[in-house]
Ligand binder design. Structure first.
Ligand SMILES: C[S@@+](CC[C@H](N)C(=O)[O-])C[C@H]1O[C@@H](n2cnc3c(N)ncnc32)[C@H](O)[C@@H]1O
Length: 275
């Protein structure tokens, strides 16, 4: 396990993912019933943008720093901007919030978050960050296995599956976790993040997801920041949703379009509804 999200926090892909997550949570927390959220690959929850990792990669400078200075971002990205500003205020410094922090901040007292992180140092940082929140549990465990096991069998639920994709079988394990989650709770909303390198890998994953999520509505958001000419680079990212809430497509498209066009070089975005 070499992957360290501190190098990538606040990059274009985090902006798409976190704007979509905030938009999704704003809809899912409107229902009366309590919501359960499982974050299978939670990370540390807070990333220091002045630290050596962010400085070395320059990814936050090309991502969140440009969002914070923009005046034309669409509503979901403006909501993320407000969330980043609120986190920086809470932490008294330039830092970028990860998915478990963004989720915990949006849950109502009756909702619940289970955040899984396998790397002990990242998990330790996350546990310290979210300490004292009665409706949040962090687990230093394999999130693929926890995806279905921690979901309630019935009722509103969201599973965010955001692996590092540093291992070849992460694609297979992601589709298997999606299948298990939908077997456990057929109405659960799934949000899966994956890198976009080449179309072959993406198409193969999409087929395995369609197979895993039979009869479940899917929504796929593809954000390319450059043409897919070099399969060794992350040329974009994909968000795949199962059981997306009504009306989610338009704000999602707006966020992906802005990121592709503003932060990309020859980028473009598209939303697919397979099946
Ligand atoms: C892409 S990062 C997560 C970023 C986070 N979801 C966010 O949006 O802020 C992936 C994380 O998964 C962790 N990880 C790797 N394999 C894992 C596994 N099998 N189960 C849980 N966490 C894992 C890595 O240590 C890393 O922190």
């Amino acid at each position: 396990m070499n992957y360290r999200h501190a190098f990538h926090a606040g990059n274009f892909a985090d902006l798409v993912k976190h704007a979509a997550l905030i938009e999704l949570l704003s809809r899912l927390t409107q229902a009366k019933a309590p919501l359960t959220v499982i974050d299978t690959h939670a990370g540390a929850g807070r990333y220091d943008l002045g630290g050596p990792e962010a400085q070395r990669s320059g990814e936050a400078a090309a991502g969140v720093a440009r969002l914070m200075a923009a005046t034309d971002a669409p509503a979901p990205l403006q909501a993320l901007r407000r969330a980043v500003a609120a986190a920086e205020k809470a932490w008294s410094g330039p830092a970028y919030p990860g998915s478990p922090w963004l989720t915990a901040e949006r849950l109502r007292p009756r909702d619940r978050l289970v955040a899984c992180e396998l790397r002990p140092e990242e998990h330790g940082a996350l546990a310290r960050l979210l300490r004292g929140r009665a409706n949040v549990e962090t687990r230093c465990t394999d999130g693929f296995a926890a995806a279905a096991q921690a979901l309630p069998a019935r009722g509103p639920a969201l599973a965010l599956i955001d692996p590092p994709f540093e291992r070849a079988d992460d694609y297979r394990r992601t589709a298997a976790a999606a299948r298990a989650a939908l077997v456990r709770n057929a109405g659960a909303v799934l949000m899966i993040w994956l890198p976009l390198k080449d179309l072959e890998t993406f198409d193969a994953f999409l087929r395995s997801l369609e197979d895993a999520a039979r009869r479940t509505p899917l929504l796929i958001a593809e954000t390319r920041i450059r043409p897919l000419s070099d399969p060794m680079r992350m040329n974009g990212c994909v968000l795949a949703f199962a059981n997306p809430p009504a009306g989610f497509e338009a704000p999602l498209q707006a966020a992906c379009d802005w990121v592709a066009e503003t932060l990309g070089q020859g980028g473009s975005a598209r939303i697919l509804t397979p099946g």
